[in-house]
Design a protein around this ligand. Structure first.
Ligand code: GDD
Ligand code: MG
Length: 348
């Protein structure tokens, strides 16, 4: 039985201020915490033994998932004493691993990749590690992977600079899902920061021990506000296989939407939230317990938990509102980031 390590220790800086109060994997995606979608995917492939490798705000995960029995899994936790980097965080879980192989997931990737195909290629190729790869237009935010025709990794370049890109080459990037032989962990130092992308993979590639598995499966890193919003639209439209409901929008149990309010185009209304009469919510995410006032308009906005949006206020074009903030009536906010618990009484 294979075990999975999910890396969840990053600070989620690009999703601040929402990640001031919760770690990125606990941000909700439609009807469940983001990382629950990864657990669903693992379970679909018979992986039920998971170790969360935590760092930033570790308690939230354990409070929610406990030891996993309520969802039919075995979940354990390790916590970086100080940030160990992506390889150090895998090493930190080593003492809990029993099998000869380990699956590693970045904790912010939404995909319905068929893990059994990765395992098949890996087992028949005899390499030490196989990385799932996905095509992108711009690899600069990712790990660019160049493959030999036999799928051995020729080169792994984390966050490549423009001058490192070859014109016309297809950009395949590290999709953040790895199947590793246990021996890979022998090359990671203990208790000291180490990056799997910058230190481990380039060395394995140079030794001819790393392979890539390119896939056209749905794939998205939810680490930015824009991408986080798009992930909601994709889940609701059924563009990625998840266990969440598919539909025009999602209104959680215990939320209240007035009969003459409109909630449209892939919006999600969190538990206990209220959308008052005449309000229009388009392609937006409304957090638990938030209140959207009468005739307010949200278009492409992410509103944190317990936010109060005043009557006739407008939030549009990538506004992110931190938990507990208050937006006064009639105010218009376009594309700004509003801090946790802020009191906003002027348009911006
Ligand atoms: N425990 C622990 N400790 N986890 C960490 C640490 C750490 O020090 N640093 C990062 N992580 C976790 C993050 O929480 C995240 O789930 C995962 O490791 C990857 O870190 P990100 O900060 O999200 O990296 P990235 O998005 O810039 O790049 C990574 O993902 C890309 C795909 O989305 C790299 O793996 C790229 O090569 C890859 O293309
Ligand atoms: Mg990321």
């Amino acid at each position: 039985m294979i075990e999975a390590v999910i890396l969840v220790g990053g600070e989620g800086t690009r999703l601040r201020p929402l990640t001031d109060t919760r770690p990125k994997p606990m941000m909700s995606l439609v009807d469940r915490p983001f990382v629950a979608h990864q657990l669903d995917q693992l379970r679909r492939f018979g992986v039920s033994d998971v170790i969360f490798s935590c760092g930033y705000l570790p308690a939230a995960l354990e409070e929610h998932f406990g030891n996993g029995t309520s969802i039919g899994m075995r979940i354990r936790y390790v916590v970086d004493p100080s940030p160990l980097g992506t390889a150090g965080a895998v090493k930190n879980a080593e003492h809990l691993l029993e099998g000869s192989q380990v699956l590693v997931f970045n904790g912010d990737v939404l995909t319905d990749l068929d893990l059994s195909l990765v395992a098949e290629q890996h087992d028949s190729s005899g390499v030490a590690g196989t990385l799932a790869l996905t095509p992108v237009d711009d690899p600069s935010r990712y790990g660019l992977v160049r493959l030999h025709p036999d799928r051995a990794v020729e080169e792994f370049l984390e966050k490549p600079r423009a001058e490192q890109l070859r014109p016309g080459e297809p950009f395949l990037i590290n999709a953040g899902t790895y199947l590793l032989e246990r021996e890979v962990l022998d090359h990671i130092p203990e208790g000291t920061p180490c990056s799997i992308e910058r230190d481990v993979f380039p060395a394995l590639a140079a030794a001819g021990r790393l392979a890539g598995y390119p896939s056209d499966s749905y794939w998205r890193d939810i680490g930015t506000p824009d991408s986080y919003l798009k992930a909601h639209l994709d889940v609701l439209a059924g563009r990625v296989r998840t266990e969440s409901p598919v539909g025009e929008s999602y209104v959680a149990e215990g939320a209240r939407v007035a009969p003459d309010a409109r909630v449209e185009f892939g919006s999600t209304i969190g538990p206990g939230a209220v959308v008052e009469g005449g309000a229009v919510v388009i392609g937006s995410v409304v957090g638990a317990g938030a209140r959207i006032g009468r005739s307010a308009k949200l278009d492409g906005a992410i509103v944190g938990a317990s936010v109060v949006v005043g009557d006739r206020a407008t939030l549009e074009h990538g506004v992110v509102v931190g938990d507990g903030a208050t937006i006064a009536s009639g105010v218009t906010i376009t594309g700004a980031i509003i801090a946790t618990n802020a009191d906003i009484d002027q348009s911006q």
